[in-house]
Write a protein that binds this ligand. Structure first.
Ligand SMILES: [Zn+2]
Length: 182
């Protein structure tokens, strides 16, 4: 499974990383939201790997990057799976649940991020996309089981996400920040 594909400028790095790790098939691709730093490398991945399902929200974007993604999927006859909150998916020995499906009226596109919790054996991972505090509040009040061993922090670890209440609830052992080297 691949969650997002980084910016266009890193598409070769991502492709080579997957190849080096002997990845040929991606059962699932999750497009958390349509910002360039998440979908820039996606058309290249779709074109060069065997892809099962592409999960994304209903958001349409008018950018060239988004168009490239759609065209790459179309040329391989891939369909998009529109996801809904609380759906669960299985693959190999893991399951994941959609905690936030991005189909909402927030004006901030970051809050359209698909948020999933994945379980692999006893280990759980919370992938936040770029979701910000508004979504964290919704998750807190939804009574979802948020406790996770590992969290991929929302919005690149910036202070628009990761409120104290939320992190206390998730109670992770490790946190991953996706950001650029300075
Ligand atoms: Zn981002």
């Amino acid at each position: 499974m691949l969650i997002d594909a980084g910016p266009t400028g890193s598409k070769k790095t991502l492709e080579e990383y997957l190849q080096k790790n002997n990845v040929k098939n991606l059962d699932y691709i999750i497009v958390t939201h349509n910002h360039e730093d998440h979908i820039g490398g996606m058309a290249n991945i779709i074109s060069n790997f065997n892809v099962g399902k592409i999960l994304m929200s209903k958001d349409i974007s008018t950018t060239k990057t988004f168009e490239n993604l759609i065209n790459a999927a179309k040329s391989k006859n891939l369909k998009f799976t529109n996801i809904s909150k609380n759906e669960t998916y299985e693959f190999s020995k893991s399951q994941f649940i959609i905690l936030s499906d991005g189909n909402n009226t927030h004006s901030n596109i970051n809050n359209h991020s698909i948020v999933i919790k994945l379980k692999y054996g006893d280990v759980s991972f919370l992938f936040m996309g770029d979701a910000e505090k508004e979504i964290e509040e919704e998750l807190l009040s939804s009574n979802s089981d948020l406790k996770s061993n590992v969290i991929k922090l929302g919005h690149h670890g910036s202070n628009t996400s990761s409120s104290k209440e939320f992190i206390l609830k998730v109670d992770p052992d490790s946190a991953i920040v996706s950001c650029r080297k300075k």
